[in-house]
Design a protein. Sequence first.
Lengths: 859, 108
Amino acid sequence: MKTILRWFRKPADEALRDEIEEHLAQRAEHDGITLEEARRRFGNPLKIQEDVREVWLGKHAEAWLQDLRLTVRGLRRHPVFALGAVTALALSLGASTAVFSVVDRVLFRPLPFAGSDRLVVVGQSAVIEPAPFLLWPDYSDWQKSQTAFTSMTALAAGTYDCDLNEQNPLRIRCAGVAWNFLPVLGMAPQHGRDFLPSEDRRGAPRVALITDELWGSRFGRDRAALERTVSIDGLPTRIVGVLPANFEMPGLQAADVLMPMALPPPARPMMGGVLRVYARLKPGVTLEEARERLRGPFQEALQYVPAQFRNEVRLSVISLREARTGDARRASWLLLAAVVLMLLIACANVSNLLLARAASREREMAVRAALGAARGRIVRLVLLESLTLALLAGAAGLGLAWLLIRAFVSLSPASLPQLASASLDWRVFAFGFALSVVAGLLCGLAGAASAPRVEQLHGVRATGPRGLRLRETLLAGQVAVTLLLVAGASWLVAGFYQLTHQDLGFDASRVFTASVVLPQARYPTPAAQEAMWNSMIERCERIPGVEAAALADSLPPAGRTRTMIFQRILLDGQPPKVSGTGGMVPWRAVTPGYFETLGIPILRGRGFTEEDRSGPPLVILSASLERRLAGSQSAVGRVLRTGAQTVDYRVAGIAADVRNAGLALPADPEYYVLRRGSAPEVMRHSTLIVRAAAGSPLSSETLRREIQSLDATLPVNVQPMETRIGEIAARPRLLAVLLSVFAMAALLLASIGLAGVVAYQVSQRRREIGLRLALGATPGQARGFVIRRIAYPVALGLLAGGALALGALDYASPLLHGIAAHPWLLFAVAALACAALLAAWIPSREAARLDPQEALRSE
Amino acid sequence: MSQKDTPQAALEVLVLKTLYRGPNHGFGITLHIEQASGELLRVEEGSLYPALHRLERDGLVSAEWRTTEKGRRAKIYSLTAEGLARLGELERSWEALSEGVARVLRFA
């Protein structure tokens, strides 16, 4: 090994040269001859260098090294070709590597839990709650009676905002978990200890596990933080341990602190106590088997579901990985496919380039063959060239990948937390390297396949029809793939545009939102809470530049709202005619200024006023809810009751529909209840909405300061409404951006490839074109001749690509709702045809400008 | 004066024997072999250096760059312990070879 290394250092070569020079000098001196004469008598210095190198490297290594030097030299002599090939490959290798780093986390990377392929998510799923869940009494029962799992654990559904109330209050996320949460998932605290079963009971002293990040940022990694008691939501809680650095919640929920759920002993009927349940499959038990084995417990649990809802509930056992990624998997596979396609295009381009070069080097190759180079050696030369190009491109591509990954992370939507942790780690690096090698081999294959034999040393100039056909096939493939990418990208971009420019039903401009949580300790009663909320609204209304202010417990277009089962809404005492639950209806508790602040029109009746707050209970329905409850009749003035309450609400008015189920799905019917200072309308956390007047310099910072001036220990999260909406559209934005980048790059590469083929055509057929010109063809006809030839592969590619695109768009359609795909396919076809024409036009000018005499004489 | 080009195997033992006398550089070795053989042997300079490097690779000689009295830099080779042992072996086998050849030639 050290011998090889010795010769990879340039100094070794130079040292030998010095040695020989010294020898020659002494010989010249001794024999009394000139240095040149001595050199002449000495022999061939190059041969000596080679022989010495062979001594140190052995025979084969010497041959490889020679070939490598030849390759590098050849590439340096043709920098344009080399640069073109490296750029094309680097673009696609870099993009592929970057996309892999993201997709890896969704599809392939093992989860940080021990034996994660045995972890599953278990529960019931229903129309009203599609994510699998179990109620606490059912969970207890199943733990005793199930036979499918070695262990089960649970997490209280809905991690929540909580406050670390000390000198500087910190808003963090808390999660309630079962005591065996960590062991079942296969993790253990890195410091301190885990929870004890005795701590998971109502009334037990409060304990908590904190994340490594919180330990660093808040406690300075001080070991003394363990066993310290802090105040969380005003209640003293002892920190007993620190979670490992690679900890993440199984469903990727955000959590800074874990605490035992500490639920009361299970008893039916139970409201609340909704749990997310994770379990570890017994060895050898498949998902199917687990479902079978759970059928009994599931049927038992079903008994407690009201009869009319029973057929909406299903048993759900899914692998943890699938539960985490959901439809991100579909998008990931699509992205990966797009990237592989890009790579194929780049390889096709580079293959074409290599083939063109092979054609011009045929003479050289044939001579080598005649001089005794084995065919294998020639093939090796070609492969070495393409590999070198590919590895160089791979290195450059890594730089590009790093840039792209940073861009992806900044674009990453909150709903895809895996993205935020994408980075250039060794897995990604290895993938990039492997891909470079594959690309190099692929590209080289085309060239190697057409390596000439000795028999071809007969003065035949060019690769005949065989080489050209290969290039045209590659071109057709390129066109097909590019069409796919362009069609997909334009479809996604159109969809994204529509998503973000649709009418949301409310006016988000100049609106700020401030979400606040009142700690239990300082505001223990609804009265105290309501007093604070009122002060906040008054303060906000008095800020100069504020047009309107309001308070609501939730906001459109997306987010958690309180909900009511549709079937339980009684209008004039009558339940609606619906089978089953009728789905969930979101409702909000709002102050009178809500509709004005958000610019939601009141269609009929009237909105809420300040006086109403001390009057009888009022409710406002959305137009679609009125339609569902009352059909074509008006609901204004009628009486509403919801759920198990005994309060009669009078319908004051009807509000216009607002997008409240995210940006893509149609709006759910909803209703608004006037906040009047008593539960259930009053909650500890709500969101302030403030509309600034036109031209007002109101900023998030000002708003935050104003609110905190009322109570400095309140952590307040202020955000312009438009930013909030932007975050919701983050995922489709990311996809649209990604695919557009690929499509544009693919279009560029395909155009370059096309131009290359046409130019090649022109150069190879100079005689023929010259002949035609001499026989009276016009320059225009000469161009037409050249362009016509590439029309066939391009048309073939468009056809094939179109067919593929139809299939692919089908697969991708769940990702964006309601956008028709086919017009965009046609657009893509047209765009590509134009691009092809343009790409062919420029080199075809060469054909038109050919001088017939010169062309006929050219050899 | 007819001079035969020294074959490779012979070159090895000649170089080792030369270095037995003391460290030397490439040209010095060439000169010594030519002079000591009474001009009967001539070193093919093209094969000297590969041979020297082969010996160095196999650990039979060691080399280092030194500055000569004339102020020039030259690579000086010296015999190692293994080289000494190998020299002994090669000397014996060469003597056996030449004795054997001589016997066959005398036999007729």
